[in-house]
Design a protein around this ligand. Structure first.
Ligand SMILES: C[S@@+](CC[C@H](N)C(=O)[O-])C[C@H]1O[C@@H](n2cnc3c(N)ncnc32)[C@H](O)[C@@H]1O
Length: 319
């Protein structure tokens, strides 16, 4: 079975290779778009945690390439896409890449955010982004509380960047892990966006706690100063400090608990990501479209290979 086994087990993995996407995640963004029309009117977009690049491919294909191929396109009108990740990724047409850690703002204060702002806004000709997407995920440990916490740090880092570079009225899409603090996160996002929906694309497995916050119409609180973000977020959901915020009905538990709009998206009669789909006997699995160029597990693979070699030569020597 080998490679074909994953192709049977994971229809979206198989389809991604067939359709030329670097990762199956591409379908999640496409299915979110089917429901929320997130690319409408978008000219400037930032893709946070972008590697290996399937979301950037979607952005390039949906926004950049049609504009470039249009007979009356002008260079100055072409959509701008900036992608940021810890890892480098292979080039994608129309996508400007920045390598860096989006959570750095906490340690290096605002310097890194300032750098991102400078890079993004310079590439955007002084304007702000219409859309920010963030599919960031830490290496999951399987300890749900821990994974949810680390994930929430990525979202907060994403939100910090959003407050610097997103235009009023813009959208922010972020991967979340649903857990016991989901209501708190919802309320924190609601401070900045008039509409927040948690969406589960059909290509995201039901067995996974992953979902996506689709935040529409960026509208920071009046007089908001980006420096106050963390103080403001900490106040939300605290039993004492939240009365001023529209989604804070006191503590977020018991009868005051908030109800979060939750939507399944993507063609509900389409492929089910939790099902196995058979392949024919003559089926030849395709290679991945673009393997990560410097994945964090590269060193581990090298060590494993070296140790296998070691075992091999010991064995050979003993014969
Ligand atoms: C699920 S992958 C993103 C997949 C991508 N959207 C795609 O479609 O190809 C998660 C990415 O988050 C990145 N990431 C995790 N923590 C990060 C951080 N602190 N700063 C920047 N990127 C980060 C990882 O390097 C990884 O490439």
């Amino acid at each position: 079975m080998g490679k074909a086994s994953r192709d049977k087990r994971d229809i979206y993995y198989r389809k991604a290779k067939e359709e030329g996407w670097r990762a199956r995640s591409a379908f999640k963004l496409l299915q979110i778009d089917e429901e929320f029309n997130i690319f409408e009117g978008v000219k400037r977009v930032v893709d946070l945690c972008a590697a290996p690049g399937s979301w950037s491919q979607v952005l390039s294909k949906k926004l950049y390439l049609p504009a470039k191929l249009s007979p009356d396109s002008k260079c100055s009108d072409l959509p701008l896409i900036v992608a940021i990740d810890l890892q480098p990724m292979a080039p994608i047409e129309g996508v400007i890449q920045v390598q860096g850690d989006i959570t750095n703002a906490r340690t290096a204060e605002t310097v890194w955010i300032f750098v991102i702002k400078l890079i993004v806004i310079r590439h955007f000709d002084g304007g702000k982004a219409d859309l920010v997407v963030c599919d960031g995920a830490p290496d999951v440990t399987g300890l749900h509380d821990m994974d949810e916490f680390v994930q929430s740090q990525l979202i907060i880092a994403g939100l910090t960047i959003v407050t610097h570079i997103l235009k009023v009225g813009g959208r922010f899409i972020a991967k979340i892990f649903r857990g016991k603090d989901t209501s708190l996160l919802y309320c924190q996002l609601k401070l900045f966006f008039t509409q927040v929906t948690f969406a589960k694309p059909k290509s995201s497995r039901n067995s996974s706690i992953e979902a996506f916050a689709v935040c529409e119409n960026y509208k920071p609180p009046e007089g908001f100063n980006e420096k106050d973000l963390h103080r403001l977020l900490e106040q939300v959901g605290s039993p004492s400090g939240s009365d001023d915020f529209d989604c804070s009905s006191g503590w977020l538990e018991g009868p005051n608990r908030v109800y979060i709009p939750f939507l399944a998206c993507g063609d509900l009669n389409g492929y089910d990501s939790d099902r196995w789909y058979p392949v024919s006997k003559s089926y030849e699995p395709l290679e991945p479209v673009q393997p990560p160029i410097a994945p964090p597990y590269k060193r581990a693979l090298e060590l494993k290979k070296a140790s296998n070699h070691g075992h091999g030569s010991d064995h050979g020597a003993s014969q």
